[in-house]
Design a protein around this ligand. Structure first.
Ligand code: AMP
Length: 183
């Protein structure tokens, strides 16, 4: 049973790796960024609420994202496992997820920290050129990552849930390292 949380700065390659692994294992890849972007595109109430935060590279408020994740993890396709990509992003969200998984009777997940140096991350984000990837927004997203999300590395390390994988290698090498890390 694979239940995995992907941590790492924007541009670390979380999305690509999480998607590949999820396909390989036949389990859902749950990306809160993807869900939010779809909501934005469809102009749903959630999308409209999230837009101003996403445009600035800020985090969408915890409660909104938490509700979204609770709904998603409650769908039947999650019974055989899942990969969370982009959630949790704050200690509050991590505490919420601990409680939610308890409620769903799902034993604690494993957390992969995809580690990539800052300069490589900036280079990758600039090359990617998504509409929310202007240089100011990239800088802000990295600041937010350092301030709000990187404390989760200690949070999960203390709970003995963390494995770190070097994300600064070829796609295949990262994939091999990941498969090893999850055993
Ligand atoms: P991502 O594709 O994961 O980089 O997410 C894109 C944007 O969606 C982020 O910059 C945030 O504005 C928002 N977002 C995604 N996941 C979360 C989350 N767990 N908490 C708050 N905001 C999020």
């Amino acid at each position: 049973m694979t239940r995995l949380i992907f941590l790492g700065p924007p541009g670390a390659g979380k999305g690509t790796q999480a998607k590949t692994l999820a396909e390989h294992q036949g389990i859902p890849h749950i990306s809160t960024g993807d869900i939010l972007r779809a909501a934005l595109k469809d102009e749903t109430p959630l999308g409209l609420k999230a837009k101003s935060y996403m445009d600035k590279g800020e985090l969408v408020p915890d409660l909104l994202v938490q509700e979204m994740v609770e709904e998603r993890l409650g769908l039947p396709d999650t019974s055989s496992g899942w990969i969370l990509d982009g959630f949790p992003r704050t200690v509050k969200q991590a505490e919420f997820l601990d409680e939610l998984l308890k409620k769903l009777s799902q034993p604690s997940a494993k957390v992969i920290n995809l580690d990539v140096p800052d300069d490589v991350v900036v280079e990758r984000l600039l090359a990617r050129g998504r509409s929310d990837d202007s240089e100011d927004v990239i800088r802000r997203r990295l600041e937010v990552y350092r301030g709000e999300t990187s404390p989760l590395i200690d949070y999960y390390d203390q709970r003995h849930q963390l494995a770190t994988v070097n994300g600064n290698q070829s796609l295949e090498e990262v994939n091999d390292a990941l498969e090893k890390a999850i055993g």
